[in-house]
Design a protein around this ligand. Structure first.
Ligand code: 13P
Ligand code: SF4
Length: 305
């Protein structure tokens, strides 16, 4: 089927099902272009709550669809690709987290939204890359257990007085961005600002002009006087950057900065998802209620965006 026909059929079915399409910035460009809303993890969670549609087609990885299903149980949340999971989320298991909590009695767990519903349910509060520092600082505790991203944990630790107990997890896509990649790109583009996602290694973040969530990086590029930017995150973000700042130039830090899971969703799968109402995200009710408490606590924390 031609792309134009695919898009028409998706639009027709969206009306018929009273559905909306939400997409993360790392999705394929053509998928972002048919979405009703494109955002970072925080904005996508907020949008899932705000939406009045009956059906949400979530173009992203599993934990993102799961968060929407946790926050909006009255809606049907569909994942066009059931195998699109986040490897970092899979690095924190429930049993290991329980053991870690036993080692640190009374210490609250802050869990990055890139985690399973069961891990969220076992945590006190969630955070995203957009609000991690504010979430940690909002807690009435001297120390916190931070799961699953050790790089985001290190970034937060550099911006808080609280003691951060990190977890041995990381995002393979961001972790393979190396300091030498940044130095090479800076040499090639000496005028460019380096913008980076906090899932990158500390030695990479040290070189950044701005560390922010995907949405935060777009806002910075739009508002900055600079004309060129080296993009230290999954290179799918360049589509969103060019849409909002078309007069500027963006350089992908390395061709290796690609998240295979985020690229699994294409237009054919979005159409199949609406046609067959697949794959419905479900979360057992006892887990959903406790995971929602952790997400709701996060959504109540005020941040400047
Ligand atoms: P954001 O919350 O910044 O969009 O990041 C999500 C993510 O998965 C980064 O790898
Ligand atoms: Fe997970 Fe990394 Fe992909 Fe984000 S970019 S979804 S953290 S693997």
């Amino acid at each position: 089927m031609q792309q134009a026909e695919l898009i028409e059929r998706i639009k027709d079915l969206k009306k018929k099902r009273n559905a909306v399409i939400l997409s993360h910035y790392y999705s394929r460009p053509e998928v972002q272009d048919i979405a009703d809303f494109v955002g970072d993890s925080l904005a996508l969670s907020q949008e899932a709550v705000r939406q009045t549609a009956d059906v949400i087609v979530f173009c992203g990885v599993h934990f993102m669809g799961e968060s929407a299903a946790i926050l909006s149980p009255e809606k049907t949340v569909l994942l066009p690709e059931i195998d699109a999971s986040c490897p970092m989320a899979d690095m924190a298991g429930l049993e290991s987290l329980r053991k870690e909590k036993e080692k640190h009695p009374g210490v609250p767990v802050v869990c990055y939204v890139n985690s399973s519903a069961a891990v969220k349910a076992e945590s006190y509060i969630c955070c995203t890359s957009a609000n991690a520092v504010e979430v940690v600082n909002s807690l009435d505790a001297e120390e916190v257990i931070f799961v699953p991203d050790k790089n985001l944990a290190a970034y937060v630790a550099s911006r808080t007085d609280k003691k951060i107990i990190p977890w041995e997890g990381h995002c393979p896509t961001h972790h393979q961005i190396l300091r030498e990649d940044v130095l090479k790109m800076k040499e090639e583009h000496p005028e460019a600002k380096f913008i980076a996602h906090p899932e990158c290694r500390p030695e990479v973040l040290e070189l950044a002009d701005r560390v922010a969530s995907t949405r935060g990086m777009i806002m910075y590029a739009k508002e900055s006087e600079a004309r060129e930017f080296i993009v230290g995150t999954e290179c799918g973000l360049i589509h969103g950057l060019l849409k909002e700042a078309p007069e500027k130039t963006f350089y992908c830090i390395t061709p290796y900065a690609c998240c295979p899971s985020m690229k699994m969703v294409n237009l054919e799968k979005v159409l199949a998802s609406l046609e067959k109402m697949q794959h419905v995200v479900t979360v057992p009710e006892d887990i959903r209620i406790r995971a929602k408490e952790a997400l709701d606590r996060m959504l109540a924390v005020k941040i400047n965006r």
